[in-house]
Design a protein around this ligand. Structure first.
Ligand SMILES: O=C(NC1CCCCC1)[C@H](C1CCCCC1)n1c(-c2ccc(-c3nnn[nH]3)cc2)nc2ccccc21
Length: 233
């Protein structure tokens, strides 16, 4: 049986990533708002764009704390943020969705999202992803590392120095692998399972542009930041 232990520098890396992730938490208030009232499609779309805009700002701050990220080529830094923003949004949404709330609230939240204005055809892949994240019961450190690993995906469009990105992503993957073995000793496949979620996340990326325009309403307005990052309008 392989004796897995986290080295001193890996402990330091974990602390940096976990602190950055916790410091840059999105307020969970989107769930509270949704539990309060049933909004129109227009109001829900506005809520989405507001939450997504602030999440992008939070993501940029988190990314700046990833060791080595700011030493990457500047265009590559933009390419990595642009390439991972949608996935990071769905990963964060999955974490909000999976948070255990007082009894019945999780069902109300699911119902509010189902009736928010998103078109039916995207509900299944989106909720399949949320549920597949929920059943993993990830700890904060795993969520933080998974977000950092998603951002540091070398094969995003327009990334020039992929090796430089791989060199930053590898230590995160190695640390996550060890963490999974230590946190979930009874689930030897847990690490592989987490990485499988990243593949599922990419498919949501693929649906995203169509998802946005298919909201049951006309005149979809976006913030300037979302126009940049979501390639819309
Ligand atoms: O606000 C939200 N997510 C924020 C969570 C925190 C990080 C930034 C995004 C939306 C809600 C907006 C209002 C109407 C209901 C959904 N949301 C989504 C969601 C739904 C559709 C698209 C989308 N993308 N393109 N077209 N539709 C994206 C995300 N999944 C959620 C799961 C739990 C809680 C909220 C959730």
């Amino acid at each position: 049986k392989e004796k897995v232990e986290i080295t001193k520098e890996q402990q330091a890396l974990m602390k940096v990533i976990a602190d950055a992730y916790n410091r840059h938490q999105i307020p969970q208030d989107v769930a509270k708002k949704l539990l309060q009232d049933q909004y129109s499609a227009e109001e829900n779309f506005l809520l989405l764009t507001e939450m997504a805009t602030s999440q992008v700002q939070v993501l940029v701050e988190f990314t700046k704390n990833i060791p080595g990220f700011l030493s990457l080529n500047h265009e590559d830094q933009i390419a990595l943020l642009k390439g991972s923003a949608v996935e990071a949004m769905f990963l964060r949404s999955a974490q909000v969705f999976s948070k255990k709330m007082p009894n019945g609230h999780n069902e109300v939240l699911e119902d509010r999202i189902r009736r928010s204005g998103i078109s039916e055809e995207f509900m299944t892949p989106m909720f399949n992803f949320y549920k597949s994240i929920g059943v993993l019961h990830m700890v904060q450190e795993e969520q933080a590392l998974l977000t950092a690993i998603t951002i540091l995906t070398p094969d995003r469009p327009y990334v020039k120095d992929q090796q430089a990105v791989e060199r930053l992503q590898e230590p995160m993957l190695d640390l996550l692998r060890k963490l999974c073995v230590l946190q979930h000793p009874q689930k030897p496949q847990y690490f592989a399972c987490l990485l499988g979620r990243l593949t599922e996340l990419r498919t949501l990326n693929y649906y995203h542009a169509e998802m946005l325009t298919s909201w049951r309403m006309n005149d979809h307005k976006f913030t300037p930041l979302l126009c940049e990052i979501w390639d819309v309008e």
